[in-house]
Design a protein around this ligand. Sequence first.
Ligand SMILES: Cc1cc2nc3c(=O)[nH]c(=O)nc-3n(C[C@H](O)[C@H](O)[C@H](O)COP(=O)(O)OP(=O)(O)OC[C@H]3O[C@@H](n4cnc5c(N)ncnc54)[C@H](O)[C@@H]3O)c2cc1C
Length: 405
Amino acid sequence: MGLLIVGGGPAGLACARGYRDAGGSAPVLMISADQYPPYNRPPLTKDYLRGESAADTLPLVDADWYAQHDVGLVLDTRVTRIDRDARQVITAAGDAVAYDQLVLATGSRPAVLPVEGADHPGVIYVRDRASGERLRGLRGADIRAVVIGSGFIGCEAAASLARTGTMVTMLTPEAVPHERRLGPDAGHRVAEWLRSDGVDLQTDAKVSRIERDGDGWQVTLADGRALGCDAVVSASGATPDASLAREAGLSIRDDAIAVDASMRSSDQQIWAAGDVASAVNRAAGRPLRVEHWGEAETMGEIAGRAIAGQGAAWDQPPGFWSEIGDRTLKYSAWGDGFDHAELLENAAGWAVVYAGDGLIVGVLCHEWDDVYEHAQQLISDRRPFAEAKVALGAATGQVAPPKPS
Ligand SMILES: Cc1cc2nc3c(=O)[nH]c(=O)nc-3n(C[C@H](O)[C@H](O)[C@H](O)COP(=O)(O)OP(=O)(O)OC[C@H]3O[C@@H](n4cnc5c(N)ncnc54)[C@H](O)[C@@H]3O)c2cc1C
């Protein structure tokens, strides 16, 4: 009995750490389906994929951290059911594990493309370290890889592989990468980066079938074209892994576990954090669902502290950094859409500022940290877009500040 955390990602680990840091003294047990202790996922499509960092840099904490903090860690074990009445979870092996407080930090699972052949086990869906190792095995000049999907993970993986000499074709149904999420201005710039890294970017390309072809693969497009390759990598989005909560009858919102700003679910003894949660963000004034590393850590820590009795709430705009080749993109946004976007540029970098319902709701920056930091504050303050534009313009010297009356 004590605190039971299901999930060994950043949210689960931060929860255990937050609980101990806040003075929580009950037994803590983390159960993870993964075979590895908690590790860093972002390098799997970046430096680790390119062979620039080694496996021993991946673990999030030293192996002795768990004993030092009296945190039990059980790996390679999947929880398959929650018995709320008995306050226990059941594992795939049929073992029952009791809890006083339960945290669900089960993350996301990759969305399987809805086309014939996409569920073949040879197709690489990028999510965990095992899939990262398979991706790493594709480095090299003689290998032809098709990457399907042009979100952050697809763009990062394609650019990293191309930089190691792999012949990469990227297929996206969009007119430019990220078009729906970040708009065309950012999308065109990312497309140029990918092409300059040697990626054969094919836009408006809808996959209709994936099939084995001897030792390799054939990927067929809706317009009838067929591409031969040695490996197929799918990076077509992810969905929250909320099945345990759904089957246990917890409130679900936006396909994720509905929690308040302290990460507590509709059951007072059950909490959720990270990708699997739709949490109320106090600054936004509404629930948000995000898939960002830093947010998973923040939400996990909030849950741990709250369980230990320290009031905590999620109240910052979410954000993350992405690396496409050697270029960094910094993004901070509520993440639930925009209706207008404007591009700012200077000699060194650029930024896209997003508006929704007349307010500034997001910013994307490349090589322009001043704008990023300033815009984050404006987003947090929920300032009108017109006012935010003047403030950012004044800060960057692009637009004259309003004259004092
Ligand atoms: C390749 C890659 C690169 C990324 N790069 C970035 C980046 O640069 N910046 C950024 O902000 N975000 C990035 N992300 C997203 C980021 O990694 C996620 O937002 C973050 O990992 C979410 O953390 P989490 O703890 O909620 O879930 P996860 O990290 O997904 O961890 C979930 C854990 O739960 C376990 N689990 C699931 N179901 C069960 C079950 N039933 N029983 C037991 N255990 C279970 C899993 O094995 C895993 O250990 C990247 C993601 C990937 C895959």
